[in-house]
Design a protein around this ligand. Sequence first.
Ligand code: PLP
Length: 422
Amino acid sequence: RPALTQFGEQMSHLTGVRAIMKDIIETLRTAQGREFINLSAGNPVILPEVEQLWRDCTIELLDSPEYGEVVCRYGSSQGYQPLIEAVIADYNQRYGLNLGDRNILITPGSQSLYFLAANALGGYTTDGRLKQIVLPLSPDYTGYGGVTLIPEALRAYRPRLEIDAAAHRFKYRPNFDQLEINATTGFVLFSRPCNPTGNVLTDDEVRKIAAMAEPYDVPVFVDSAYAPPFPCLNFTEMTPIFGPNIVHCTSLSKAGLPGERVGIAIGDERVIQHLEAFLTNLCLHSPRYGQAIASRAIRSGRLAAISEQVIRPHYQQKFAALEATLDEAMPTNLPWFLHRGEGAIFAWLWLKDLPMSDWEFYQQLKQAGVIVVPGSPFFPGLQEDWTHTQECFRISLTASESELAEAMRRLAQVADRVYAQS
Ligand code: PLP
């Protein structure tokens, strides 16, 4: 194989969950007739109403004179103008903002947006200082583990746990006694709602983080891949927060368009400009077909309406089914805690004092025909030892309600057995 550079080595490593996915694919491939309930998927469900919306927008595009302009020509790095205009009009009207043209950047998926930010704003400055990428609350999106070329730049903070022992529920809170944002911070990043936990930082918590960052001119990137107005995957009240140093980042992936790779950054024009230049060097501009159909779906209000009326209830019902089954099936004497289901498309289960690692429990569950994702890869950038990181599991809400219920009953049996054996 060719000799790789430091960056080549770094980018050849697939982070956390990708390694587990390999094991899951192998398990399914060699299943030999065994049936598994697979609760590992991060791919959203194809909901008929959502697919229909994208079909309709495609037909409109095909029938319009715009088609050639969209696919047969290069465009601007910033993004396809009708999409930029649709986003500005929608957000200004909805949230009373005053966004202009220079506040928006369209990226090929939001993962790439975090890659641009991570390497433009995190890492070593020209005079050799390390600028950190601060994740204020760990666990968070596992993909953040792969975005920086300078791994030592990633710094995550252990949260505070709010536990309701009687109800077997818990919730992570940012630990403001520990969190440091200062001149060594390049930028701050978190998902809201959060993949994997379903946590939603409160409006006040977001404002507090932004206020801590503002004196140092530190941008705060709020990964809103699950937030309103689309895909609207919040089950609790939340308001998108905007501010001079907040970069609101969203994605159309959970609104039915993951294959088209559309990410949207909304923020201060100086930050947007740097990201845009980086994007030009990387790939010239984002593909335009997805942007063109998205501009129609957003402009007409159909995307926001379907998000609220179809996408959100779909996952919220799944969470309710999972929660009800766990409450019924899990032995009450075990220290199990489900994270409050405030949004996104996953449930996050904590088995406190689990007498084995998350990886071993995952193997035991596979024996019972259930696949979930062990939690340890969801703590990118957390440098301290914390047993909690090996006691959690991510459960995808993309399976059917009956599959979820059956899987949770089996999980309860396995949990009962492994705690009893210890
Ligand atoms: N951020 C979060 C929290 C996610 O869950 C995902 C995908 O699952 C992404 C970002 C990346 O999404 P995309 O690149 O498809 O916009």
